[in-house]
Structure formats: structure tokens, C-alpha cells
Design a protein around this ligand. Sequence first.
Ligand SMILES: Cc1cc2nc3c(=O)[nH]c(=O)nc-3n(C[C@H](O)[C@H](O)[C@H](O)COP(=O)(O)OP(=O)(O)OC[C@H]3O[C@@H](n4cnc5c(N)ncnc54)[C@H](O)[C@@H]3O)c2cc1C
Length: 397
Amino acid sequence: MTQAASKAKPAEDAGLFSASAAPAVKRHLVLLGAGHAHVHVLQGLAQDRPADLAITVVAPHARQLYSGMVPGFVAGHYTLDNCMIPLEGLLARCGARYVQGSAAGINAEARSVTLASGATLPYDWLSLNTGPVMDRQQIEEKMPGAREHALFVRPIEAFGQLWPRVMAVARQKKIHLVVVGAGAAGLELAMAAAHALKGASFAPGSRVTLLSGANPPGASYTAGVQRRLAKALQRLRIEVLPETCVGLDSGCIKLGSGQRLACDVPLLALGAQAPAWLAGTGLALDEGGFVAVNGFQQSTSHPAVFAAGDVASRVDAPHPRSGVYAVRAGPPLLANLRAAWQGRPLKPYAPQKRTLNLLSCGGRHAIAVWGGLSVEGAWVWRWKDRIDRKFVADYAV
Ligand SMILES: Cc1cc2nc3c(=O)[nH]c(=O)nc-3n(C[C@H](O)[C@H](O)[C@H](O)COP(=O)(O)OP(=O)(O)OC[C@H]3O[C@@H](n4cnc5c(N)ncnc54)[C@H](O)[C@@H]3O)c2cc1C
């Protein structure tokens, strides 16, 4: 299956909603992406709206799909709308202009952003929260045929649109879904799909296979968590193959062992990369190509540029890329953006050392991981459900 391409429109005519016609002042804050940190920034700006600042938000979609609830959407616990933060209210309340589109370049010296449409946006301050990408070119080189035949988890918005088509096919006939990648996202999606496919409205006999590569599923977790995950996979009759995908063809996956695995839906849930367009921006990047930021979430090379979430890399305090860190970066990012345009000193922010990980296991059951400790049960799923629904509801108001 191929991924839907995002459609960029010219900045001048693509604004869906615009609270003010033209900026009254020259100072201009541009927010690229409406990720976890930027929804907080927008909410903060709405509560204390700066009169002397024009704000523009560039994002390909007018709603932000919250990834933490996507496995629940696949499992059938949520509708897509349940997992969405609509941006319209947030933008209107802080008087921001919305430009529907994607950034394709930045000239950090000239302080301007180029959109995929070719339009340019000048800025005084810029903040990036565009998330990671699954780089089609890199993946195609490792797995020829992926671009044509695979369903990609990112962009997550496209995945959210395509998944119901998979379910529609599975209502007509049994399917074999193969999830490639057994990290947290791959595991949750495999279990969610296996749970959904057991439903009475689906054709009997569908099955899910997980390709875990050389490592066991959930290899980054402790042995205890891996045991919990293995049991959860067994309960759902998910076959785990310690195989890698080295290519895709119509109806099959080519495995590292040389065998071919028949498959109706190959779902790629692989690690994500930095957007390739960052390379030409002039911004300092880390070795993975992510925007290098300091303790203020500020570019180490260009003080007018800030970045948070998975697109950024804290070179002073490296931490894993996850939604939790992206959420936590929102308040310090807002505070430092404010300080920057008000000419006040910036305040450093120390990301937390460990985070609570709540892994949903298909049905209304989840595993909670905190450092070396883990627990599981239906109550953990209810806990996760409450946290996730509250996160969306807080910004959706
Ligand atoms: C299925 C799944 C489940 C997950 N579950 C969890 C979980 O439970 N907990 C957890 O901590 N992590 C989870 N993750 C990881 C999590 O999704 C990411 O770490 C998180 O999304 C990163 O947040 P972000 O704000 O940096 O970017 P994103 O959430 O990806 O947001 C980026 C935003 O920028 C926009 N954008 C993208 N490119 C451009 C561009 N060029 N120009 C303008 N805008 C752009 C996007 O449309 C989007 O609005 C999960 C991931 C997946 C795939």
C-alpha cells in the first residue's frame, strides 16, 4: 500500500482561518508544526496574548493527531476524532494566522522559511516542532519496494486516514498483517490490530505477524517487561519472527533469511529519522541530522531559532525521542520564546531522567513501566485512557 502525499498550498491563499488580516507590527513568530510542544505554546499565547507579536503557524493539517491514542484507534477503542486536537480554536484564541502547508527549507541567516509550495515566510523568531519522519528514500534503499507496497506509520495523519481501508478489506476477507519493527509503536500497533481483527464484524481467520529483527520485541525494555510483552503477544496469537525485512513485493515481504513471507498488509513501524530538508538550513544539527538545541531549547547556532520534540536534539542533555519529552518541553519552550521577544534572560530546562511508559496491549489492558519497575492490568489501561483523553481535551477546548 502506498502512502497518501500531503498537499501543500501557497501561503497567501491557503490560510484556513486568520484572526487578523495583516500583522500590525514587524515582529513575527513563526511556529513550524503543531506538535506536542507547540499546542502548549499556542494555549499559553492564548491565555496571555502578546499585543506586539504576529504569530503564524505552519502545519499540513488543521488538526493534530495525538499518536499516544493511535493504537487505541486501531484497536477500535477510539474514533479518529477522539484522538484529534483541532487547531482552529487554539489559533483563533491567540490570534495566530494558520498557513496550511509544510516547511521545506529554512534560511537561518536570512531568517526565512520556505514552504513546499515555494512561498516564503520571514520571521523574527522561529520555533520548530515538526516531529520526525520516516525517510522514504532511506527506507527504500534498505527495503526496495517499500515505497510502493508498504503502509507507513508516519506521517501519522496519513496512517490514520488509510487504516480504515485496511479494516474495510478485513471485513470482506481474512488478511495477514505483518508489522515490521518491534519497538513500542510496532508492538502496540500489532496488538491493537490483532485485538480489532478478532471482532465479530471481521472475516474469520485474519492473523498478525511481528517481524522483530535480531532483537526480541521491546528490546529497549528490561527482561521483566519483555516477558510481559511476550505473554501479551501470545494471548493475541501474534506470531513473532526474528527476521528482518529486506524488500517488499506485491503480496509478500522478502526476509533477511532469503525466504518470502506472504502478506496482505505490510505495516512499517520502524524508527524515525530527521527531516532531510534540515540539512540545507544552516542550522547546527546533531549527528542524526536533528536540530541541535541547548538547555533553553534554542538552536546552538542561531539564537532566533528554537526547537522541541522529536525534531530537536538536546546536545547538553541527550534523551530518547518520545511524545512524553515533547509534551514536557512545551512549558519551557513557551517561557523561553516569551523571554526572547521580551528581551529577558532565558531559563534552562532539565528534561526528566526517566519517564512513565504506558504500553497498551490491544484490549483494555496495558503495561506501565517506570525505570526497572513494571505493572500491568485493566486498571493500567484505564489510567492511560484517562491521561490520553485529558491531554486531548485540555487543548481541544
Ligand atoms: C503509533 C505510535 C504510538 C506512539 N505512542 C507513544 C506514547 O504512547 N508515548 C510516547 O511518549 N510516545 C509515543 N509515540 C512517539 C511519539 O509519537 C513521538 O515521539 C511524538 O509524536 C513526537 O512529538 P512531536 O511533537 O515532536 O512531533 P509530532 O507529534 O510528530 O508532531 C509534529 C507536527 O508537525 C507537523 N509537521 C510535520 N512536518 C512538517 C513540516 N515540514 N512543516 C510543518 N509542519 C510539519 C505534523 O503534521 C504535526 O502536526 C508513538 C508513536 C507512534 C508512531
